[in-house]
Design a protein around this ligand. Sequence first.
Ligand code: ADP
Ligand code: MG
Length: 568
Amino acid sequence: MRDEDRLRSELGRLDGRGYKAYKDLTGSWAFKRFELRIDHVQGDPFATPTRVSVTLSPERSGLPPSAYANEARALGTAAHLARGFSAEARRSTSRTHDRTGHSGEIRMQDPGQVVLEQSAVQLTTEGILEARFTIGLPARSRRIDGTGAIELLLERVPTILAGTLLAGAHNLAKVERSAATNEDAEALRSELAARSLVAFVADGSVLPRRSGVDDRPFDAPAVTPCISPETLRVRIEAPNQGTVLGMGIPEGVTLVVGGGFHGKSTLLRALQAGVWNHAPNDGREFVVTRMDAAKVRAEEGRSIAGVDISPFIDGLPGGMSTAAFSTPNASGSTSQAAAIMEAIETGSRLLLIDEDTSATNFMIRDRRMQALVPPEGEPITPFVDRIKELRDDHGVSTVLVLGGSGDYLDVADLVIRMDAYVPLDVTSQARATAERLPTGRKMEASAALSLPSPRRIEWSSVDPGRGRRRVHVKTPDDRTLLFGSSTIDLIALEQLTGRAQIRAIGLALAWAAEARTDDHVPDILDATMDALSQGLDTFDEFKTGDVAGFRRQELAAILNRLRSLRVG
Ligand code: ADP
Ligand code: MG
């Protein structure tokens, strides 16, 4: 194999030549402490940067066996290493100046606060570590800058590797904490079902985030850690942490009430993020929610393809049927009804709903409105009249944030009041209030809610290709997916973890559209999740470092927002 000295002389030889000559670097290079693979060389300095990778044995990475003793530990360690490498790469890149295109950049996909299978750093339970990142091969105008390339490949890349991934780089206490925290989070989540809980919030958890666009923990001293009310406190044994105390939210209907700005939405957001694990010090590392939890909300203007929303909306003006409802432009209420039925179709048995992002007419219809507008003139059966039925007949639990309507007090199993960020169990007061002040409403649901039969996709309506390209999948930002010639708006999908996950789902949908294993939505989800369990590269023919894992809920949610989608 070609070695470091050979790389140096090769770069000397290439200096000043046309940029395309960089292609000669493709392949493996043996450095003293690692082997660098140049997987794909960019065509010009402005193109997507060059993809490189490094594979390390446990001897070379110096990671202790405890860092990868099982899958949960390996994932925690890998996310920690990816965070470290991407931060160092960012620092190193910010020190390079006067660039042509991407010249001199070193980048790795940053996993952020979430711990999830991701392709930037993968670690097997045998301790084999693979890191994938990109480098911008340096150019002077459009010619090869050999000196710059020598600095990049023979100095900066080895320095970052030595500082983050190679033996001697690791803070072993931090590695252990990353591995142990992730193993504990998995253990806590796996305890939920046996205890008939939908979520667990460990005492001391820090729920608020730094800002609406910054997922790191709120760092002001003013933060109030979450402490469980006595009545809801449960204790769960975790393999590393030992006994963890915290608030257990049981299956059924839970209301989160309280004054404005008292932390209701913040609690719900922590629960919706609790389907993912988080890094140590995130504040939510021991906030865990059932794996199938779905945040559902109103999303005016979205498209809907053949969803049975008739349990909630029936008898639209003009007699339009809602048993297979399609529209390119949903209203608040139809979009929220569709989101619920779609979540149930994926198998979700926990709905998370916030009044802040709900359509009022979907949620409630009080006595006065019932008196003014007769049922014949109102297509909507409000959620309050379906929530018990969902629980009793279909095993669907709901956690609902509500400050404005007391009509739900009658149907709640548990009422949590957020009081200056502190959760209180006010269930008995809520019962007494409901008895003392009856709503006077009439129940509106006329027929029983039946779960929809699975939709069948018309695969011709899911086309990942564009122009001459068989697969066109791009993630211009963290709320948009370009799929074939469609643009999918993801702004309402609050449980997505970021671009790597979105890209993976785009590629997975392209895979599904080619495989056409089946055409029933739940079977498509099964087949695709099966393929994902073979590894992230299943969908990514270029084996990039830019993809991350996902749930069937995210996969379905993105498919459901493809505007061209048609169902049979
Ligand atoms: P609500 O939904 O009840 O109106 P939010 O959850 O939106 O309230 O919270 C209001 C504000 O309080 C937000 O800016 C949030 O970051 C902050 N906040 C939430 N929980 C806490 C907490 N435990 N400690 C300190 N600040 C918090
Ligand atoms: Mg709120």
